[in-house]
Ligand binder design. Structure first.
Ligand code: ZN
Length: 424
């Protein structure tokens, strides 16, 4: 009944009867003493476009889907629900009702009850960071169900308009799998000169996540990626032109958000996640370089991303999606610049490394890898070859092969930063 109309929830209450439960909940959790940066001033729905307006800066947002009944939830970090607690219960196209809640101090939650399965599309913050607009795109029930099992989507206001995430006022103990509040930052190695570019090398998998396992030698991807990361570090340090840090220098498990989180906290100039591919078809071989895209370049790339993203799921618990501690790591896919720099580096890496490493045809591919979702750090995922292929796995497991991979990365990194300095 409200379709094609503009409505906002900060009007006088019009749906008193439907709101009782919500208000009881709000009265319990709303705490005026805990006043924080942004409050949700209005929620506007126009056709399938929705805009949330804040009266001050917020730290960011994350969204996730809940199936049966189908809902879309948005957690706004650094925000409280509206000043006078409001709830709306109205129909507007795909949205059956809108609810607000406060799942914890400093996070406001908006829940859209859906009239039919739909997902968020084109979410973006306004340039001043004070509103968040997105569309709803109808999807099939199957697609919604599948998407509801995926990780949260993180959104970030433009840099410079970002509120500090609120300080935690209490701690919560969660029984399983919650990552430690903040992973200790690794040591930065190389010349003691903060003006030199910093490259963060991420050895894929680790700890209880072995990654792919070679059917020939039993070698595990997590060991190969660590050896490669160390070899790359050695060559980069020998060049003397960059500083280097490894996300892990031993056999430990990190969720994907922690990996790019380390790169962001160190303000890295380049993030390279090192992996080894696997395929049923043991003749598949060669390296490839992936950069982030919500649209995968082909079905194989989409499958690979799904497999690599599974590293977050242990015992059925998605450590990435449920980790409040990494919610300050936020994503804004509209940061084209970061993605363009990553693409330039991916092409360069293929060009430079192909002298010593065998690449596949169409070696630069795109897919939605969680580990590449740092909004402000150019990031690539380097699948160095197929662990399922006999020759590739022998090459990658050998010191000589690792040295060749490292040399290719070193050459690409040097040219990359030389070009960027020249472009300034
Ligand atoms: Zn992998």
């Amino acid at each position: 009944m409200f379709s094609n109309k503009h409505w906002t929830i900060v009007r006088p209450w019009r749906h008193r009867s439907a709101m009782g439960l919500c208000f009881v909940l709000m009265a319990m959790i709303w705490n005026p003493a805990a006043a924080l940066a942004g409050q949700i001033g209005a929620i506007e729905i126009r056709d399938s476009e929705i805009t949330l307006r804040f009266d001050d800066l917020v730290a960011g947002a994350s969204t996730f889907l809940l199936a049966g009944p189908d809902r879309i939830a948005l957690d706004i970090a650094g925000a409280e629900t509206g000043r006078s607690p409001q709830a709306a219960n109205a129909r507007a196209g795909l949205v059956r009702a809108v609810r607000q809640g406060q799942p914890g101090p400093g996070t406001a939650r908006i829940v859209l009850d859906l009239a039919q399965p739909a997902v968020l599309a084109g979410a973006r913050f306004a340039a001043d960071g004070r509103s968040l607009t997105f569309q709803l795109r109808p999807v099939s029930a199957n697609e919604f169900e599948r998407a509801s099992r995926g990780p949260r989507t993180l959104l970030q206001p433009p840099a410079g308009f970002r509120a500090k995430p609120p300080e935690k006022r209490y701690s919560v103990t969660v029984p399983i799998g919650k990552p430690k509040p903040a992973v200790q930052l690794p040591r930065i190695e190389g010349p003691d000169n903060s003006r030199l570019p910093l490259v963060v090398i991420d050895a894929g998998h680790g700890g209880h996540d072995p990654g792919a396992i070679s059917p020939h030698s039993g070698k595990r991807e997590k060991d190969i990626t660590l050896a490669l990361a160390r070899a790359i570090r050695a060559d980069l340090l020998a060049s003397g032109r960059v500083r280097v840090a490894l996300t892990r220098a031993d056999d430990r498990y990190l969720v994907l958000e922690e990996r790019f989180g380390i790169a962001r906290r160190l303000k890295a100039d380049l993030f390279i996640s090192v992996h080894a591919d696997a395929a049923e078809n043991e003749s598949a071989s060669g390296a490839s370089v992936y950069t982030l895209s919500e649209v995968a370049s082909d079905r194989e790339a989409a499958r690979l991303a799904a497999r690599e993203n599974k590293a977050n799921i242990i015992n059925g618990v998605d450590l990435g999606a449920h980790s409040g501690d990494v919610s300050s790591i936020l994503l804004d896919l509209t940061l084209r610049e970061t993605m363009n720099v990553a693409s330039d580096f991916a092409r360069l890496l293929q060009r430079e490394a192909s002298e010593t490493v065998k690449f596949r045809t169409n070696a630069h591919r795109f897919a939605s890898f969680v580990v590449l979702k740092a909004p402000d750090t150019p990031s690539v995922l380097f699948e160095t070859g197929f662990i399922s292929n006999k020759e590739d796995s022998e090459f990658l497991a050998s010191a000589a092969g690792q040295k060749k991979v490292a040399r290719g990365v070193r050459d690409a990194v040097q040219i990359h930063f030389a070009r960027r300095v020249a472009a300034r």
